[in-house]
Design a protein around this ligand. Structure first.
Ligand code: ATP
Ligand code: MG
Length: 451
């Protein structure tokens, strides 16, 4: 207990003793415990903080465990050979144990935004600074270290600012997070407007946690969101891609997308999709809905989900709209399709980055839709063996489920996969000839029918 008192700021916490809270060491990842113990035996203080504590208190399995400590990033790195310091705006240490990464952060302190206004200094100067804000109040560097109580107040929401220590198994609450867990509320710590200006991504985080936890966003935390959504414009598209992935792969994508669309925030991440759904048919809306709820089910079943599949689905309504708009341009179907695909991706890149490997895979899933449909005799086998076949087939089923009329194409491919050689030959023989298909498509184009 004495060693606890040594840590400055601790006296400000409401302390909940072992018998009065539900967290036990057994629920914490052994790797996170290893990190706590090693920091502790080196004389530092270390806590589990954030989602790990919050989710355990709610009786759900945490996605990961974050650690906060009074050791500096360099001191942490020296203690772990598998550690890497990452980030410039916000330095953290990643400690890798196989597939698991424990994120360790040094306690942060508040720093006065008036001290360093980045617009008045050059970018090169920021590089060497621990603290920097833009004129609009956005934090550009957040590497001023402090005490645990200050660290708590620098966090985003009260429910994310609870600390658990294996020394005496205490739970610490500095900001009223326990009450908010009880009341099921997402409440910003401090003045919500100022805190959103410091980091506009916190608006997305409010939505993400509200969808994930089924919590209401507290009134003052909710009110400024629409008015301040435009601040997302100042966030790099790379960070927005990272956040988008968290929003879409957190297990509650469908509800998250719905919430984002209710706020202005949606149009800062998914404007092309939201516009296309509004202008398009009910099939488009249903396809996105199904893709997101399938993603949620896969995550619940601990199956992998690929960002490429997600973007293929989110941007399919955009592609279809483009395709419809290019009808009068008298392009060959293949060319029209390629242009529409490219344009859908390019539009999205105005909002979020998408790493090249995912745009490439996304194009493959789309391109394979044509091959799955044509079932050209000579290329059926190679289509089937294509590394992206499974994703493309799943996507085809999704299109049918959403209500696209594809003449039983999904069933054909299901039968093909399940069939033996003889069955496959039989199925291949029954495909309408590609030549006829092409002629028919051409005719449709002339009459302006949709495909
Ligand atoms: P989960 O990991 O379940 O998505 P989390 O709450 O652990 O949720 P992380 O992104 O892992 O979220 O961040 C860990 C903790 O760091 C948060 O709980 C919060 O205390 C703090 N944090 C993260 N991002 C911010 C931010 N933008 N502003 C303030 N605090 C933040
Ligand atoms: Mg976390």
């Amino acid at each position: 207990m004495n060693s606890e008192i040594e840590l400055a700021g601790l006296e400000k916490a409401t302390v909940i003793k072992r018998d009065n809270h539900s967290i036990s060491r057994k629920q914490i990842s052994p790797n996170a415990l290893k990190v706590l113990y090693r920091l502790s035996s080196a004389g530092f203080h270390a806590y589990i903080v954030g989602g790990g504590v919050r989710d355990l208190l709610l009786g759900t399995k945490p996605k990961d465990f974050d650690v906060a400590t009074n050791a500096s990033p360099e001191e942490i790195r020296k203690l772990f050979k598998n550690a890497r310091i990452i980030g410039r705006r916000f330095k953290i240490v990643h400690i890798r144990f196989g597939r698991e990464i424990i994120e360790v952060t040094t306690f942060r302190a508040n720093h006065d935004p008036k001290n360093q206004i980045a617009d008045d200094i050059s970018r090169r100067q920021i590089k060497g600074l621990d603290s920097a804000h833009s004129k609009a109040g956005m934090i550009l560097r957040d590497n001023v270290y402090g005490n645990i109580d200050e660290d708590a107040f620098r966090r985003d929401f009260t429910v994310n600012a609870l600390y658990y220590t294996t020394r005496n198994f205490l739970l610490l609450d500095f900001c009223g997070g326990l009450d908010d867990i009880q009341n099921k509320e997402i409440r910003m710590i401090g003045d919500p407007i100022a805190r959103y200006k410091e980091d506009p991504v916190r608006m997305l985080r409010a939505i993400r946690f509200s969808a994930k936890l089924g919590f209401e966003i507290e009134e003052n935390t909710k009110r400024p969101i629409d008015e301040l959504s435009y601040l997302l414009d100042s966030i790099s598209s790379a960070r927005l891609f990272d956040e988008t992935l968290k929003l879409m792969t957190g297990g509650f994508a469908q509800r998250t997308f719905e919430l984002l669309s209710q706020y202005q925030l949606g149009s800062y991440l998914f404007a092309p999709t939201i516009d296309a759904i509004e202008q398009g048919d009910s099939v488009s809306a249903k396809l996105v809905f199904l893709a997101l709820s399938n993603t949620d089910s896969r995550i619940a079943a601990e199956k992998s989900v690929t960002p490429a599949f997600l973007f293929s689905a989110l941007l399919w309504p955009v592609l279809k709209l483009k395709l419809a708009q290019s009808k009068n341009l008298d392009l060959a179907p293949q060319q029209a399709f390629e242009q529409a695909a490219q344009s859908a991706l390019t539009k999205q890149l105005d909002y979020t980055a998408i790493p090249k490997r995912f745009t490439v895979a996304c194009r493959e899933i789309w391109d394979l839709q044509g091959r799955l449909q044509r079932r050209n005799k000579r290329s059926i086998e190679s289509t089937f063996k294509h590394p992206r076949f499974r994703a493309a087939y799943d996507f085809l089923l999704l299109r049918e489920q959403a209500g696209e009329e594809l003449d039983g194409l999904g069933q054909w491919w299901t039968d093909f996969q399940n069939g033996d050689q003889k069955k496959r030959k039989e199925l291949s023989g029954a495909v309408p000839r590609a030549k006829n298909l092409r002629r028919r498509r051409h005719k449709r184009k002339q009459t302006g029918d949709s495909e």
